[in-house]
Write a protein that binds this ligand. Structure first.
Ligand SMILES: [Zn+2]
Length: 121
């Protein structure tokens, strides 16, 4: 799902996963103090640091995705007729995961051909 989705969605998924991981590590680290006492404090320290770093990274990814989505091109998907955002020259539709491209040389099918296909369907 992560590898087959639109780039913006993939960034959001990774951002969310890292946030969850960071929070999980911090909670686990804190729980370590309760269960293991003195040894738990070291585990908690490591957990807090890794958790914090992972949350900072996820924040950066979120911020980056936000910046990218403002520069993303909005196009109407020829397959499902929904408005989707594209990053770069090639990206997948956010809704039906069709690979879309702005580069005519990479395209295997033009938008006219897709329209004709839909008329015949
Ligand atoms: Zn689509």
């Amino acid at each position: 799902m992560i590898f087959k989705s639109a780039k913006i969605n993939a960034f959001r998924t990774w951002g969310l996963l890292l946030t969850m991981l960071g929070m999980g590590l911090m909670i686990l680290g804190t729980a370590g103090i309760v269960f293991w006492g003195q040894t738990g404090k070291i585990v908690a320290g490591i957990g807090l640091v890794i958790g914090l770093v992972s949350m900072m990274v996820s924040l950066a990814i979120y911020f980056w995705a936000g910046m990218l989505s403002t520069s993303a091109v909005q196009v109407e998907c020829p397959e499902c007729r929904k408005l989707t955002k594209m990053l770069g020259k090639t990206d997948r539709c956010m809704f039906c995961h069709t690979i879309l491209t702005l580069d005519p040389e990479l395209a295997t099918i033009t938008s006219e051909q897709v329209k004709n296909k839909q008329v015949k369907r």
